[in-house]
Write a protein that binds this ligand. Structure first.
Ligand code: HEC
Length: 107
């Protein structure tokens, strides 16, 4: 019993510490989930963004990545974006950009 506990503890530690676990590519559903946190301000896919907020659909993936990295690296200032985007890893930024770039722009 005691041994089994330690074996599972060890398995957990190995799984969490395993580098490929964290580097796995981001699945489409995860990208959608990440992108949803942006739609509160930027509007949802296939609808227009609320007045004053840039629509994230209808932009290329490359341009979206550039904008987000500019905020993240401090090349572009803003009111909130430079803070928000710091919470995302580069792979997540790429996945979010890919998600928005693939969305339809008209109703
Ligand atoms: C709290 C509201 C809010 C949230 C949430 C938010 N944004 Fe923004 N976003 C802004 C504002 C405001 C700007 C204009 C720059 C500024 O003032 O920070 C902006 C600008 C941008 C721009 C530049 C648009 C352009 O064409 O100039 C991009 C790209 C962007 N946001 C992407 C995102 C992504 C991706 C997310 C989700 C991870 C996100 N935003 C979440 C408010 C928000």
């Amino acid at each position: 019993m005691r041994n089994r506990f330690f074996v599972s503890l060890l398995t957990c530690a190995i799984t969490l510490g395993h580098p490929t676990w964290a580097q796995q590519s981001i699945q489409p559903n995860t990208a959608r989930g990440l992108a949803l946190s942006c739609t509160a301000c930027h509007g949802v896919a296939a609808t227009h963004a609320p007045t004053g907020f840039a629509s994230l659909t209808g932009q290329s993936k490359e341009n979206l990545i550039k904008q987000m990295q500019d905020f993240k690296q401090g090349r572009r200032g803003g009111t909130v974006m430079q803070q928000i985007i710091k919470g995302y890893r580069d792979e997540e930024i790429e996945a979010i950009a890919g998600y928005f770039a693939a969305q339809p722009t008209s109703h």
